[in-house]
Design a protein around this ligand. Structure first.
Ligand SMILES: *[C@@H]1O[C@H](CO)[C@@H](O)[C@H](O)[C@H]1NC(C)=O
Ligand SMILES: *[C@@H]1O[C@H](CO)[C@@H](O)[C@H](O)[C@H]1NC(C)=O
Length: 348
């Protein structure tokens, strides 16, 4: 009887899951500190093993997911697609992931960069037992002001990148089909962008004769987001080559070449994201705010896809009549401002 029930259940589950998107390690963000490696859906065996060996690293990665999603949503706040996540979905982004669109390329790249960023910061703050400070950046250091000892930890980028590579890419290495090649490429591009934006914003922090080489706070994440956003706009359409082993670009001129390592790549055209569409994972732009004077993606005609918009008059408080007082203060009055807020009409 039990066996029958189980069999039945298995059938139902299997049938349901034909229609659903694979779970992903991104789901760890919803588990908080309860990261239990055997219960996270969507980890492949190699990831599960890393998870068991480094539970605190996994907690850090899980907590960091919110950060790169926030960065993604910041980058696309004025777009029809605004990096929305799907509640109670084991892959966070739902059916959007079924296609290899530019948006999915961006998600893979920023999530992969996000892991490296999160781990390097956690390492340098000493929050993880399994990573030590960068062994090459210890010892004495000297400049015109005198000699210093390296103190504390420097951000340990390479260690983080190695771990990120091992963990994040494990799933794609398991079944190296066309989508996996694309995901791997975008994962790698994300890490490369983080690396490049990271080297320049190093700052020397000097406190009590200890010198730390450390990433400026927040700026690496924002710079990485900005740079990946540019790469999203110039993403390259690719297909798998005839041997199924590598990607090749599909340019209009018909020339075939390997895509650049720094480029984001996609295989499927994006939906227009205008209306709610279950199949493509689009939630539509009904109810989104738009800007009536902008000619960009946040302009009402583009954002609302020609459906028109509603206008609501709202009153808000703002600082006004600010005066500078010698020295050194600025005093403002609180004023009420009336502004028109436009929101896209829903699809009917
Ligand atoms: C970033 O650094 C500035 C000063 O260097 C500090 O005031 C601020 O609180 C820091 N922000 C975060 C999120 O750590
Ligand atoms: C709307 O767009 C215009 C033109 O791009 C810009 O100057 C203005 O600041 C925008 N308004 C809001 C509320 O974002």
């Amino acid at each position: 009887m039990n066996a029958l029930a189980c069999g039945l259940c298995w059938c139902v589950c299997a049938a349901v899951c034909v229609l659903c998107v694979d779970a992903s390690w991104w789901y760890m963000s919803t588990l908080g500190s309860r990261v239990m490696c055997d219960n996270i859906p969507g980890l492949v065996s190699e990831q599960r093993q890393l998870c068991r060996q480094h539970p605190r690293v996994m907690q850090a990665i899980g907590a960091g997911v919110q950060d790169w999603i926030a960065e993604c949503q910041h980058q696309f706040r004025n777009h029809r697609w605004n990096c929305n996540t799907v509640a109670r979905d084991h892959s966070l982004f739902g059916r959007l992931l079924l296609r290899g669109s530019r948006e999915v390329a961006f998600i893979y790249a920023i999530s992969s960069a996000g892991v490296v960023h999160t781990l390097a910061r956690a390492c340098s703050r000493g929050e993880l037992d399994s990573c030590s400070c960068d062994p090459r950046k210890t010892g004495a250091w000297r400049d015109r002001a005198g000699a210093f000892d390296w103190g504390g930890c420097s951000d340990h980028v390479e260690h983080a990148a190695r771990f990120g590579h091992a963990f994040v890419d494990a799933k794609e290495r398991k079944e190296p089909d066309a989508r996996a090649l694309i995901n791997l490429h975008n994962n790698r591009a994300g890490r490369k962008v983080l690396f490049c934006t990271w080297v320049s914003p190093f700052v020397w922090e000097i406190e009590a004769k200890n010198v730390h080489l450390r990433m400026r706070n927040n700026t690496a994440a924002r710079r990485t987001g900005d740079e990946l956003r540019r790469k999203y706009e110039r993403a390259v359409h690719v297909a798998v080559n005839q041997y199924g082993a590598a990607l090749t670009t599909l340019s209009a001129a018909g020339r075939r070449a390997a895509p650049g390592k720094n480029q984001l790549v996609y295989s499927d055209e994006s939906p227009d994201f205008c209306v709610h569409d279950h199949d493509t994972g689009s939630v539509g732009t009904g109810g989104r705010r738009c800007n009536v004077t902008s000619r960009g993606a946040d302009g009402c005609s583009v954002m609302c896809c020609g459906r028109g918009y509603d206008t609501a008059r709202v009153s808000r408080s703002a600082k006004c009549e600010c005066k500078f007082h010698w020295c050194c203060a600025v005093h403002c009055r609180d004023c009420r401002q009336v502004v028109d807020v436009r929101t896209c009409k829903d699809h009917t």
